[in-house]
Design a protein around this ligand. Structure first.
Ligand code: AP5
Ligand code: ZN
Length: 217
């Protein structure tokens, strides 16, 4: 299956993607995680991305599209993938169409996670992220690590992402409404969108997502 996951910052895309990718046996491709890995390795791409991310702005398409394409071309993505955080504006959506068309493949569905803004603020304020692998995320209230400050999955140190400050979250939400929401209509006109509520326990949202995707397939 080839799926795009869309939703505001803090909706739980990364959390759900980890479970969905496992259930569907496809890789979880998060452009945010790829950027953060490049930043922690000090690569030129990481250096280019960092200031945009810290400001809550989108990293330019020229950088993002090439990185996403390279990742989608890895052999583990031959049978499908779950894209998390890409595409994030209409020009990226069109670039993705071209990438897929070159290989004669198409998307199976776009899963849209809906969550009220006050819940987003609570989820992001309490999020703690693993320094060794930013796909490992926790929450001070909703998903506490066994040992405070330590990642359950790899023992890495937990920290608060620099772009999770209240001011930057507000900026990220503004960018989401302006740049990213239009892609939902773009995909809706192609009959690809399923919208589910991202409220409730993590497992409940995963069940909702799995049954929505099965209906879509
Ligand atoms: P990215 O890393 O993609 O950030 P985001 O889209 O803002 O999403 P988040 O990671 O903040 O949230 P999430 O929805 O994954 O929520 P999570 O599962 O962690 O992008 C960061 C930046 O990179 C962008 O601002 C941009 O600069 C750049 N970038 C990335 N992609 C780009 C692109 N394509 N083009 C240009 N720039 C790009 O959950 C949040 C918290 O809630 C966690 O603590 C979790 O434990 C908790 N939680 C999850 N589910 C539940 C639940 N059901 N109940 C209670 N708590 C829950
Ligand atoms: Zn970890």
């Amino acid at each position: 299956m080839r799926i795009v996951l869309v939703g505001p910052p803090g909706a739980g895309k990364g959390t759900q993607a980890a479970y969905l990718a496992k259930n569907l046996s496809i890789p979880h491709i998060s452009t945010g995680d790829l950027f953060r890995a490049n930043i922690s390795q000090g690569t030129p791409l990481g250096k280019q991305a960092q200031e945009y991310m810290n400001a809550g702005e989108l990293v330019p398409d020229e950088v993002t599209v090439g990185m996403a394409k390279d990742r989608m071309e890895k052999p583990d993505a031959d049978e499908g993938f779950l894209l998390d955080g890409f595409p994030r504006n209409l020009s990226q959506a069109k670039a993705l169409d071209e990438i897929l068309a070159e290989s004669g493949i198409a998307l199976d569905g776009v899963l849209d996670l809906e969550v009220p803004e006050e819940e987003v603020v609570k989820r992001i304020a309490g999020r703690r992220t693993c320094r060794s692998d930013s796909s490992h995320t926790f929450h001070v209230e909703y998903k506490r690590p066994k040992t405070e400050g330590v990642c359950d999955e790899c023992g890495g140190e937990l920290y608060q992402r620099e772009d999770d400050s209240e001011e930057t979250v507000r900026k990220r939400l503004e960018v989401y409404h302006r740049e990213t929401e239009p892609i939902i209509d773009y995909y809706r006109s192609q009959g690809l969108v399923v919208t589910i509520s991202a409220l409730g326990k993590v497992g409940e949202v995963t069940e909702r997502a799995m049954s929505a995707l099965q209906r879509q397939a």
